[in-house]
Structures are given as C-alpha cells and as structure tokens.
Design a protein around this ligand. Structure first.
Ligand SMILES: [Zn+2]
Length: 439
C-alpha cells in the first residue's frame, strides 16, 4: 500500500513518549482512504537518506512544532450550537443545568447540525479522537460522528432517578454498545449521581458487558449536599423535570440511594462495584483524602478495563469551583498514579475570545502550563496518550513511534522563546494548531 510521503521539518517535534526534539523531523506516509504511518523520525538529513524517503515531499514548517493529533477526553459536541453562555455564580450550578436543558435541541436534524459544528471545531483544534457525550438516550449525534474524520467513544447519555428510575433501567436493559463503525465505539454515560440512582448504576454493571462508561461525578458543592444529605438545589431540578413529586425529599426509603452520608465518589464507586468496563470519572472536583485513597485503589485494580479521571480545567474555572471546592487535586492524583486526562466539556463553558472557533484540550493544557507551571511533557500526555488509553484506543496511535498514527498536527509557536524546549513552546504559545493531511 502506498500513499503520499512527506518529510515534515519543523522547529521541533514533540510527543508524550520522547518529549521534545529541537529541529526534529518525521517521515510520514499519508495513505489513501485516510490514515498516516510514521516511517521514521530523526533529523531532516537522516530522513533524506532513509530508504522510504524516495519521492517524499519536504514540508518545512518554520515557526511550528509538530505533534501527534490530540484526544479530547470529554466533550458534548451536540451542544455546539449554543455557544458560550455566561455563568451566574450566585444562581448556582443546578440553575445552570436548567439553562442547558433549555438550549438542548430536540429535533434530530438540528442535533446533528450542532454535532457537525462541534466536529469542525474539534478538527480546527487538532483533535482526531473524542470521548463525546453524544445524545440523551438517542443515537442521532453518533450517526454523524461515525461519518466524520473523528474516532473514539460516543457515550450515549442516560438519566434515571426517582420516577424516572424504571425508564433508565429499561433503557439499560435494551442497550447494545460496542463497535459502532467509523472508528467509534458506543459507550454508556450515566449522567451523574444526582440524575442516575445507585440501582441504575448497578443495572449498568449487570448488563454492561464491558461497554465503556463515562460518568460526571463530584462536580459541584450542590452535588455533595444532594448525595450526602438528600437535600438541596438538585432536588428542585429533579422536581422540575418530574423525577420527584413534592413533597420531597422522600423520607429515606431503602430504595433511595442518596442521603446516606457518602461522598459522590464513594457513592459512584459503590454503584459501579463489580464492573470491569473501561471507566472514566469526569470532573472529580470534589475529592476528600479518603476519596483519593479509594480512587488509587480503584484505578489500580487488576483484570479490569482502563480507569481514570478526566479534568476539565476551563470548565472548573468557569464555574469558579476553586472558590466553592478549592483547587482541583489533579497533581496529587498524578503523583498517586491515577491516570488524569484533560477534557473541554461543552462549548457553553468555553470562552473562545482570543482562541477562535475551536474545541481543543490544548487550550486547557495551556491554562495549566501558565497557571500551575505544569510539566509540558506530562501535559502532552494528558491530551494524547492518557485519554487514548481511557477510551480504549492504542496509545501508539498518538506518539511518533513507527507505525500507524491517528494524525499529525502542527502548532504555531511563533512569538515564543526559541530557546525553550519545543514541547514547552507548544504550551507557551497562544497560536493555532492545524491537522496535516498530506501535501
Ligand atoms: Zn460534561
């Protein structure tokens, strides 16, 4: 099989496996029908002498650093039509959720249009794989995703608590996940502990068959109160959507899974007990020392699918969780061996002024580089190999090791200090990123 061979020569080359190489070059074969193969990497002189370089086109990318295409561990591409919406912190997170329910589209064609916009914005951000929460008990967005150049996991979202619990269980019983075509796997996303009961989580474990799972958990202070006490603003939201009829809360009957003084993490890990499916816990903004210990144990279990946490830095800032819950503990998680990937969450919480119309975890990683002085190589792993692993994709698709590559991207690093390591320039820059698709 042959295709277009290109030697990309840039100011530098960087991947999570080898770090940054100044003046590095890579010989890529872009094959017909899509896909790129790394034939060799090294200096331009070495590659020109390589047996595979005959007929190769040289592309000199001055002012750019070349990286593997990115993975966004957590997105909601079907909300892309909504655009950025300011957050009223005094109204609280439950009120924001009501706002999202208000903008969510219900007509299939419109949902798919919004998803298409999200796909374009992802590609514009150098992203080729996503862990997308696509469709509430519907596959309309997944049908668009699998026709797109993106791959990854399309997590079908489900709700089921209170009066909606039976409906949630019935959905799980009839759910068929797994290979979905077009580079996608169909997974399941029980929305969150305040919208999915413990027994529905249990039903997912019983019926899941190893289908990948992503669930939002430990996101807000209101969630903590709801799970611990069974009270607070989330009950009002549940009453609003008809999951509970007043008077509420119900008086702690045994079939009500919240109100048992558990943290959201304890609650969800209890619900998922016995599962061997690859599982991603999204947010984990609210994490006690005990939760941290439990997560270490849970991630370290053997004989189960990949497990880890997805942190959405810009969403965390947007909701001002630092004020209500303190800083995110992702660095302690990494130190403790918990895999942490970065996600963007939906476009609603992404202020794109200054970066343009793109949905990319590169911008979240840049925030951590600037704010926390995070190590650039660790960051590149959090937007390539770690989310790949959590989504069940081969990690070598996202490094420049010889063989198949999910995609190649060039990051504009003009204006950054040229004496920095190329991998640092990727994050120090505010410039764009573009996918390379052959000469
Ligand atoms: Zn989300």
């Amino acid at each position: 099989m042959s295709g277009v061979r290109v030697i990309y020569e840039a100011d530098g080359l960087a991947d999570a496996e080898s770090g940054g190489v100044r003046g590095g070059a890579v010989l890529i074969e872009h094959r017909e029908g899509g896909g790129a193969w790394v034939l060799a990497r090294g200096t331009a002189t070495e590659l020109l002498a390589h047996e595979g370089a005959a007929g190769a086109v040289r592309r000199r990318l001055e002012g750019f650093v070349v990286v593997p295409a990115l993975v966004n561990a957590h997105s909601h591409l079907d909300l892309s039509h909504a655009g950025y919406m300011a957050y009223e912190a005094d109204q609280g997170f439950p009120s924001w959720i009501k706002g999202v329910l208000g903008v969510r589209r219900s007509v299939t064609r419109e949902i798919q249009e919004s998803t298409r916009l999200g796909i374009e914005m992802s590609l514009a951000g150098g992203v080729v794989a996503v862990g997308d929460i696509c469709g509430v008990m519907s596959e309309a967005p997944l049908r668009v995703l699998r026709e797109s150049p993106l791959g990854g996991v399309g997590f079908i979202e489900l709700f089921g608590i209170g009066m909606h619990e039976q409906k949630g269980k019935a959905f799980v019983a009839g759910f068929e996940g797994g290979e979905a075509g077009g580079g996608f796997v169909k997974g399941m996303s029980p929305h969150a502990p305040y919208s999915v009961s413990g027994s529905v989580y249990g039903e997912i474990v019983r019926r899941g068959n190893g289908i990948p799972i992503a669930t939002h958990v430990a996101e807000s202070i209101e969630e903590r109160e709801f799970v611990r006490e069974g009270t607070g603003a989330f009950l009002e939201v549940l009453a609003m959507i008809g999951a509970y009829a007043p008077p509420h809360p119900p008086a702690h009957p045994k079939n009500v899974s919240f109100g048992w003084d558990r943290t959201p993490i304890e609650h969800v890990l209890l619900g998922l007990r016995g599962s061997s499916a690859p599982t991603m816990l999204v947010h984990v903004n609210d994490c006690t020392d005990r939760d941290m210990e439990m997560l270490v144990g849970w991630c370290g279990e053997e004989g189960v699918g990949a497990r880890g946490v997805t942190y959405c830095p810009r969403a965390h800032e947007y909701f001002r969780y630092e004020e209500s819950l303190g800083g995110h503990r992702y660095r302690e998680m990494l130190d403790a061996g918990i895999p942490v990937a970065l996600g963007t969450d939906s476009v609603i919480n992404l202020d794109l002024s200054g970066v343009g119309q793109r949905i990319t975890p590169l911008d979240d990683a840049r925030l951590l580089y600037e704010r926390d002085g995070m190590d650039a190589r660790v960051l590149l792993g959090m937007i390539t190999t770690t989310p790949a692993r959590l989504l069940g994709l081969p990690t070598e698709l996202f490094t420049f090791s010889e063989g198949k590559l999910a995609g190649i991207a060039a990051v504009d690093v003009r204006g950054t200090d040229a004496s920095l390591d190329p991998i640092d320039r990727v994050f120090a820059s505010r410039g764009g990123i573009g996918l390379m698709r052959g000469a």
